[in-house]
Design a binder for this molecule. Structure first.
Ligand code: NAD
Ligand code: TDX
Length: 350
């Protein structure tokens, strides 16, 4: 089988490729990635010389580039991770989100529609987020039938992309599946996201910026569990169907930060009080969703998937990974990253 992975140099795409490329030597993989700030080729070192792996630098908003890579590779399966993925960036600059997440997804669908016939066993797998459902109150869970109600330009652009993927199935019969997953954490995540940001700031004794009161709730899932969930839906899920993926692990942000202080202190022989003193409550994110939580019974019952990591095991592995991969971290903390930190956190001090 020929498998095209878009966004494979980003956090989840790289974990997906690192898990599958060495295992499935009989399959060919091509990674189609623009290599934005969020990409890191250092995340692909373990697989980049394997004969069943290749990378093409393509911007999915460029239809000619997309056509060229489809003509070259003729994929049986497209696993679509490529996206602008950070909510705060979508608030400060939404245009790229509309372009990549909506128009880029549309270009990929067009490339498939033009080439695939209804009976040739191909699949377009769209990787999406639970944020399309908006915010929960104190109770309840997102189900696959929950109405879409996105809050941020990021989640609105992902919602739009989900709709267009589904429309291509209903209108043109394109074989698609969609997964909507909760918050991921783990190795190789860009440190603009809560967990790696807090780990690296704690290690270098920088402030730990907590939005609002830190009471917002997220459901955290270890990244390789998400990758295995996607693979199980590709194998076992029904064409045209949506599957929610979650870790059954709801935590308030303040609990996450406190846990990270504790683990970083243990792993670096530091006094935990010194790390707690770095916590700063700062101006809240506009439109900040209060709570996400997932009912994952459909994927469990139809695809037999369950997460294997608990938050305790996954978060310790994650801290250890950031502590022992200094070269990866150094590469990421470039001038561009420092500019982002000034832009996002400069005016936020609480
Ligand atoms: P990421 O930001 O770490 O990586 C995104 C990748 O896409 C990068 O390699 C980047 O270079 C590439 N990319 C961006 N724009 C592109 C373009 N125009 N053309 C080609 N490539 C482009 O993102 P991530 O956290 O790995 O998320 C991957 C996918 O999973 C996204 O679709 C995201 O919406 C979804 N998702 C993420 C989470 C999470 O917690 N991180 C949870 C649920 C769903
Ligand atoms: O500095 C921070 N302080 C803070 O309190 C940052 C970066 C975040 N937060 C809060 C905001 C959220 O409530 O932590 C929570 C998690 O924030 P992010 O890591 O930015 O993730 P979130 O906004 O929940 O979105 C993530 O999960 C769903 C991913 O970025 C999305 O791509 C995914 O779809």
């Amino acid at each position: 089988m020929k498998i095209m992975v878009t966004g494979g140099a980003g956090f989840i795409g790289a974990n997906f490729l690192n898990g599958l490329v060495p295992e499935l030597r009989e399959h060919q993989f091509i990674n189609v990635d623009k290599l934005t700030y969020a990409a890191n080729l250092g995340s692909l070192k373990a697989i980049d010389s394997l004969p069943n792996y290749a990378l093409r630098r393509v911007d999915i908003t460029d239809m000619d580039g997309v056509d060229a890579v489809f003509d070259e590779f003729d994929p049986d399966l497209v696993v679509h991770f490529a996206a602008e993925s950070h909510v705060d960036r979508s608030i400060l600059g939404p245009r790229e989100f509309v372009r990549t997440n909506i128009e880029g997804t549309f270009n990929l669908l067009e490339a498939c529609r033009k080439r695939w016939s209804g009976d040739d066993n191909r699949l377009f797998h769209h990787v999406s987020t639970d944020e399309v459902y908006g915010s929960l109150g104190d109770t309840g869970l997102f189900e696959e039938t929950t109405a879409y109600d996105p809050s941020s330009p990021y989640s609105a652009s992902k919602a739009a992309s989900d709709h267009i993927v589904r429309a291509y199935h209903r209108t043109f019969g394109l074989p698609i599946k969609i997964t909507n997953c909760s918050n991921n954490y783990g190795p190789m995540q860009f440190p603009e996201k809560l967990i790696p940001l807090m780990i690296l700031n704690a290690v270098s004794r920088k402030p730990l910026p907590i939005y609002g009161q830190g009471l917002n709730v997220r459901d955290w899932l270890y990244v390789t569990d998400h990758c295995e969930a996607i693979w199980s839906v590709i194998q076992e899920g029904r064409v045209g169907r949506t599957y929610n993926i979650g870790g059954n692990n709801e935590m308030q942000n303040i609990e996450v930060v406190d846990t990270l202080c504790q683990i970083v202190a243990e792993e670096t022989n530091t006094d935990v009080a010194e790390l707690h003193a770095l916590k700063e409550f700062v101006t809240d994110r506009p439109g900040h969703d209060l709570r996400y939580a997932i009912d994952a019974s459909r994927i469990r019952e139809e695809c037999g998937w369950e997460p294997t990591e608990t938050f305790d095991t996954g978060i310790r592995k994650t801290v250890q990974w950031y502590l022992s991969n200094q070269a990866w971290v150094r590469d990421v903390l470039s001038g561009e990253y420092r500019k982002w930190m000034d832009l996002n956190y400069g005016d936020r001090a609480g």
